[in-house]
Structure formats: C-alpha cells, structure tokens
Design a protein around this ligand. Sequence first.
Ligand code: AHM
Ligand code: MG
Length: 315
Amino acid sequence: MAVTLNRITREGEYGPAMMPVIQGVGRAAIEIAYLLRSAVFRGALGAAGVENVQGEQQQKLDILSDEIFLDEMRSTGHVCAVGSEEQEELLVIDEYASADYLVLVDPLDGSSNLDVDGPVGTIFSVVKRKSPNDQRPDVSDTLQSGREVLAAGYVLYGPSTMLVCSVGAGVSGYTYNANNARFEVSHPDMSIPQSGGYYSVNEGNSSQWMHGIADKLVSVRHTQKLGMRYVGAMVADMHRTILKGGVFLYPADAKNTNGKLRLLYEAIPMGFLMEQAGGKAHTGEQPVLDVQPEALHQRVPVYLGAHASVDALIS
Ligand code: AHM
Ligand code: MG
C-alpha cells in the first residue's frame, strides 16, 4: 500500500500540527498543476498587465495561482494570514484571524519559464504567530528567522507534480498519483550527495558579481569536477541540487546588491530544506536561517548546496 502525505502526522514535533496546512498545499498544487496544463486553452498565458510589489510584470498565472493558494490556506482553518510574493501587504484571513499559523509563499516561482513551457514551482514555509490569538495578526508575525520555521517545502510542476517538504525531521518527496488523487512517497529521506553534481547559476551575470565569486566559481567547478545546469526556476534548480549534489547560487551583483531572491518565501524555505537534507545554506555573510528578517519582501544572496561547494564559494 502506498504511503501518502499522512505520514507527516508521525514526523517530528510539529508533524501533527502541520498536517492540515501541508494537505492544503497539496490541494493547491493539484489545482495549480491543472491550471498550468490547461492555461493555453483558457487564454491564461501571458502578462496580466500589472506589476507586483517587486516591480516585476505579473503573469496571469501568477495571479490565478496566488488566488488558489490563498483559498486553500483559508480552507484549512489553521492559517490566520498569508504573506505572498504577489501581494504587497500581508493578507489576513478574517474568518480565521485567531488561528495559530502564518504561511509565506511564492505561489508560482520561475514564472518567466511559462513562455517556454518550462518547469515552475510553488515555495512555502509556515511559522507560528508571535502576537496573541485574540489580536489581528500583522506583518511583524512574519518576520521570524528560519530557525523558527515549523515546516517548509516546494511543489515542482514538471513532467510529474512533486511536493517536497520537511517538518524539521528530514526531507521527503511525494509524487502526485492522478489515478487515486493522492501524493505518494516517492523520495523518502532525501539527502544531498556531498560530492559531485552541478553548479547552477545565471552565469550571464558573472561580470557583475561581487566579492570575487566569478573567480571562486571557476576554481570550484574545476576542483570539485562539477557539471553545469541552470533552469532559471529556483524550485527545479534546487530539486536537482538536492538529488544530484553541487550548489545553487544567486549571488549579489552590481545591479542587485542584495541578490535577487526573497528571504521569507524563497531563501528561508529552501535553506530549511537544504539543511534538513544535510546541506548548507548561506548568504555569504551568515547562514540563511540565522538572518533576522526586517521586511516581508526583503532580498538576500543565496548559496545552497553541499558543504564543500558552498564553503569554497563563501570563504
Ligand atoms: P520569480 O519569483 O519572479 O519567478 O523570480 C525568481 C526566479 C527564481 O525561480 C530563479 O532562481 C531566478 O528568479 C532566476 O533569475 P534569473 O532569470 O535572473 O536567472
Ligand atoms: Mg515568483
């Protein structure tokens, strides 16, 4: 008998409490996967004609995925608010404003890949509110370091739909089985190989990188015999890095002096997973999970991967 997402209830200290939220992520993933497959027939591809808080063009699918995710978080009854890449402000779920948990999400990461039918993903993490339950949650509840994250994960919309998550007791990968509408364990206890694999970075930016990263990368890829792969969707690039080893990085550059990726809903969830998978997650200055967030949409440089590869780049 296949093992399903329910096994999370038996994992770690927070598994039982996180189960309804992760099941909600699973439902959102099924809906978003369907939306992606049918988008071309529904006129849902292309730009929505508006910019998000990052000043980036939102795709119609960014907005639809965000709505689906929020609806599913509401339906859990356990989430009081959602901080999303697609929303400038924290979205409080009024009916459940006294619930315990907040979710941070990038509902459709790597959405520039949509133009070329490439892989995209959803990234999320869960924290417990700091404010009393009888108060309305606010953005300060989201500003918690990665050490306070209770659960994190991603969904990869590739040839299959995979949910990879952790409640702080290792990392497991579940593949959606459309025959029975369940996520089934396909990758139990994921752990990153400590040698070999690939480096993964937008090398087109190398002349702009700061802190001598370009020279260090030349040396690392040579001495550690790394191949090169880059999808340009963090979920796909991280998934391969965890399974095959090596390092994914998005360093600071002259244009993006704090890097490109967002701390709360990209770097922290992926850093949490990488540490849980036996790897290292660093900003170049400190472990990603030690950064004390100051703003919902804050950016940070990231180096995520096998210890030796990350160490060689940040030293
Ligand atoms: P997005 O959240 O607007 O999709 O941007 C994040 C994406 C990541 O998935 C990916 O790692 C990175 O941006 C790619 O950036 P670039 O196109 O500069 O290589
Ligand atoms: Mg995104």
